[in-house]
Design a protein around this ligand. Sequence first.
Ligand SMILES: *Cc1c(COP(=O)(O)O)cnc(C)c1O
Length: 400
Amino acid sequence: MGESTVLTPAGPPAAEHAASEGQTPRAFPYRCWVEVSRAQIAANFLAIRKLVGPDVEVMPVVKADAYRHGAVEVSRALQANGARWLAVSNTEEGVALRDAGISARILVMADFLPYTRETLLAYELTPVIHSLEDIAYLDRLAAACRKRCRYHLKVDTGMSRLGVRADAAAIGEAILAARNIELEGLMTHFASAANYQSGQTEEQIAAFNLLAEGLAQAGIRPALLHLSSTIPVAYARRAAWGGMVRPGHAIYGYVSPVRGHAHGKMLDVKPALTWRATVLSVKDVPAGALIGYGGTFRAPQPMRVAVLAAGYADGIPHRLSNKGSVIAHGKLAPIVGAVSMDMTSVDVSQSPEVMVGDAVTLLGTEGKARMDAQQIARLAGTISYSVLCGIHARVKRLYV
Ligand SMILES: *Cc1c(COP(=O)(O)O)cnc(C)c1O
């Protein structure tokens, strides 16, 4: 994980740009950095809590280093604002949070690999079990360690990724046979939550409910039933909320658009991350100049080009070559030529005052100009999740 710096309201660790004017963001002595607003993370979390109400637990998903926002700082902010649960993908991510002093319950959603099982228990992480054999394995392990062990069971209701695909009788038998461990949660995950033209989500909800009823008849009633990530929360598909929801994207301020007819979007969240880079060089090139690797861009007229100290090694998608834009001095500046490993060239002819050392915005807003992860994803032919997760660990993180 990259280093992070928490900025106090008192001021920056670095010199402000002398020529900072109008909408120009504050410059920092870094080539490329993100500014994460802990207040916005908290506001997004509280907006979700308000929408689902007091009877539904909200478990923010902080896997993949909190979608690159920084899992430790994000978890601290969430815990300080009342989060009782956090979800990660694997044991290592859970251990990092425990080592940083996070005391909330931590659900490990996609692990239980043989070499992580003992660590899971030692760090009081809560495993998601996704096979019947692993229920028995966890039972033996808990008995050997003499530890209280609660677990969540994931069932495959139609996505065919992780989860048990067995009938209620077989699942019930495996649960009841495991006397040293406690089934606390039953969960599933949707394959097509964003597609309201598909019947797959309804089918998955029905399969889940049928299974939960079958288990209840066998006397198995886990405290927490959970199915929903951001989309069924944000578009108020209440039948999928159960007793707990697992939003990730919305915590960071994003809700993807859906296909087909849904309830209106009920959730108001805003991006918490701004991504910036420093201008490394500015120069004028004549009409006809070829720009960058492969000469894929030819200047149609004389042009002022700024070279940014960030490239695809920082997470700027290579597919933004000749397609994307950044914001320089409040105006969109198109990416010209191929994105390089450590540098990206942009056309700043519309904002000729740009100077070496200025900060430009790769993702965020400056005045009226806006570039968010969804816009970048559309331009790059990918998804907003991948844009956020693609921000490299070498990009400095600042908390504002
Ligand atoms: C990543 C993940 C989530 C969160 O999804 P978002 O769309 O980011 O809200 C929830 N549940 C599971 C099982 C996940 O893997």
